[in-house]
Design a protein around this ligand. Structure first.
Ligand SMILES: *Cc1c(COP(=O)(O)O)cnc(C)c1O
Length: 416
């Protein structure tokens, strides 16, 4: 298996290189040069996620990771349940039972273990700028691995209380920095350090790393294996389109998806593109489903590389839902079924309502992460998840810094 950049395809790299670099040197995103075939035997009738994961990813990784190593990486990455539950007319695949209660745990935990496997010698410091779920998933997923350190940057005062607590909990090998600035300042600091690292050995963990796509394919297979269907639709709550891109990749490897539904909030550039509009993308808009607030989704470049416009429009249909629609969906789902959906899942459930049976809805976050929105919709907040209660009893560690890359560089050089 070799990987190429979406922009320049003459040079190919190994998976390890693509994983450790993140972005290609020409600014493009890494994509597989060829799509391997994954035989139905790899996933059909699977009853154990870790075993299925090893079978599905073996064609992808066999030339770089031994089967025994891969098995141990995936077993330790997927140490939580991934249930499929019937909610109304939909099948909801709950992807939020990992340690930080969002589906970002799938990508982060696997990427961390694979990076740790490929790094030798001096530890690699992973930088992550975050305004939400990614930072805590990365901090948690990378913590305690001997060859890796993590520096998490977030805009001071601009993340929710639960999100901040999840970021600053003291973790082995992780440092949290509250940057006096915006999310864009945090991202700019990361970019500056990656370009001029000084004595540091640095990489970044963000949503464009190809290392996230492989583990994110797995739960699509798992849904089909658990449901036992020969064919089904899948509805995906979308922001940066990484989740959808992973599903498309699984489909290109042979998974019998009848069609994808891309469910968006008011950031509707992709649905508008799918209906034929040109230049559909623009600035992002803030919504209640904030993990989907992306104006120019970076994985669009990957989808365009893998599929023609016609193929994409044939395979995927999009829709977009306002904040009022989101609240109405949370209310309706609760009244009809007693189920509490988080704002991101609520959008997908709204989008899946008119889909043919069976339809799988990917549920990306635990409702307890969004108590204010649930309270607005239902009149009372959901029960606090035990993972979140215990979070507030844990020791924290955070350093407040000016939005200046040199300050961060000197802190990382000392690492204390
Ligand atoms: C990141 C995220 C999304 C969007 O996923 P993309 O891969 O960026 O499209 C949806 N829901 C939640 C809860 C998320 O954290």
């Amino acid at each position: 298996m070799r990987y190429v950049s979406t922009r320049e395809q003459t040079r190919t790299v190994t998976f390890a290189t693509a994983l450790l670099r993140g972005l290609a040197p020409d600014g493009g995103l890494y994509v597989p040069q060829n799509i391997p075939t994954v035989n139905p035997g790899a996933w059909e009738k699977s009853t154990d996620f870790g075993t299925m994961a090893t079978n599905v990813l073996t064609p992808w990784l066999a030339d770089e990771v031994s089967e025994a190593e891969l098995k141990s990486i995936l077993k330790s990455a997927f140490s939580f349940p991934v249930p499929l539950v019937r909610i109304g007319q939909a099948w909801v695949m709950e992807l939020f039972h990992g340690p930080t209660l969002s589906f970002k745990d799938f990508g982060a935990r696997t990427m961390a273990r694979l990076m740790n496997h490929f790094v030798d010698g001096e530890p690699l410091t992973i930088l992550v700028a975050t305004s939400g779920d990614t930072g805590s998933a990365v901090a948690d997923g990378f913590s305690g691995l001997p060859n890796l350190r993590v520096a998490v940057l977030y805009p001071k005062g601009q993340v929710s209380s639960v999100q901040e607590q999840q970021l600053i909990v003291r973790r082995e090998g992780v440092r949290a920095f509250a940057v006096k600035g915006t999310f864009d300042d945090c991202q700019a600091i990361v970019k500056t350090l990656l370009v001029s690292p000084g004595r540091l050995r640095l990489s970044a963990a963000n949503s464009i790393n190809v290392g996230r796509l492989l583990p994110q394919m797995l739960y699509y297979y798992w849904a089909f294996a658990t449901g036992g269907w020969k064919i089904a639709d899948v509805c995906v709550p979308c922001g940066n389109l990484g989740n959808l891109t992973a599903g498309v990749l699984a489909h290109l490897c042979g998974l019998p998806v009848r069609g994808f539904i891309a469910a968006h909030n008011a950031n509707d550039g992709y649905p508008r593109y799918l209906t034929g509009e040109r230049d559909a993308f623009g600035e992002s808009i803030r919504t209640l489903s904030n993990a989907m607030d992306v104006g120019r989704p970076s994985n669009f470049e990957r989808l365009k590389f893998m599929l023609s416009d016609d193929q994409m429009r044939h395979m995927i249909r999009g829709s977009s839902w306002s904040d009022d629609d989101t609240l109405a969906s949370i209310r309706r789902v609760y009244e009809e079924t007693g189920y509490i959906a988080d704002p991101h899942t609520a959008i997908a459930l709204a989008a899946a309502r008119d889909a043919p049976d069976p339809v799988i809805v990917l549920s990306t976050a635990h409702p307890a992460k969004f108590p204010d929105t649930i309270k607005r919709a239902l009149g009372s907040a959901p029960a606090t998840a035990s993972e979140l209660t215990s979070l507030y009893a844990m020791p924290v560690r955070v350093q407040s810094i000016e939005a200046n890359p040199n300050i961060l560089r000197s802190k990382l050089e000392v690492w204390n």
